[in-house]
Design a protein around this ligand. Sequence first.
Ligand code: PMP
Length: 295
Amino acid sequence: MESIPYDKRTGKIWFNGKAVEWSDANIHVLNHGLHYASCVFEGERVYDGEIFKLEEHTERLFYSASRMGIKVPYLQKEINEASKNIVNIQKVQNGYVRPLIWRGSEMMAISAQKNKIHVAIATWEWGSYFDPKLKSKGIRLNISSWRRPNPNSVPWDTKAAGLYMICTLSKHEAESKGFTDSLMLDHEGNIAEATGANIFFKNEIGELHTPTPDSFLDGITRREVIKIAKSKGIKVIERKIKPEELKKFVGCFLTGTAAEVTPVSEINEYKFKICNTITDLNDSYQTLVRKKTAA
Ligand code: PMP
């Protein structure tokens, strides 16, 4: 099915304080966000009409903004309310929420001290990030020729738009070679993450090993899955992992708001099994996200 381009959809988008027509949520071509990546965003999922971990996502959105020197002209609780409202207005039951904050057009060079800060929140019905058929048998990753940057050169622990340039380059490279996604290494050659998700490995004694998030996003899903695994008595080890170790692992999966828990069947020549541990973690995550908080 041909999907409708995102700028041609209908309904409302929360835009600088009010719900405007989808087609009116526009910006000028000369804006700092577009030219200089003065933009931060979030990615949230709606399950049964409720945004999962909304407060955590909004907190991270504001943290990303502060790391970019952006002072958000709203309170976190106003963004939380606005997010819930727009989901209700759009009647999204199971979908995605995309809040974003960017610098406007008052100055158009490197310096942007006087630029107005804009905020928008869009939401739409949405299903699986990866093709569900691929998701059930495991996706195939290559190893990107691009690396996550040195943490001293970028606000690495944020969802700043500029960080995604490398992700799109990696994803396109992977897709052009027939892979679904790409595993990026960090600046020292350790395993880091996929283009929009964190990564976990299972070894033959049933432990989970996952890279220490010291130069890439410590995902909200990653943290939840670690909690779930520990509650099941599974040992989770966060450490530096070298690509040479891939041959020793028997299982692999990705975690992310969009990716949820997605098994990986191959990374280049290395093959992994979708074992009970991974299926079980996926089931528990699905139960958690749909659990309504007590009224
Ligand atoms: N890494 C990157 C680069 C991402 O874009 C995401 C998705 N936000 C993640 C990891 C996973 O983060 P989360 O679980 O908070 O969605």
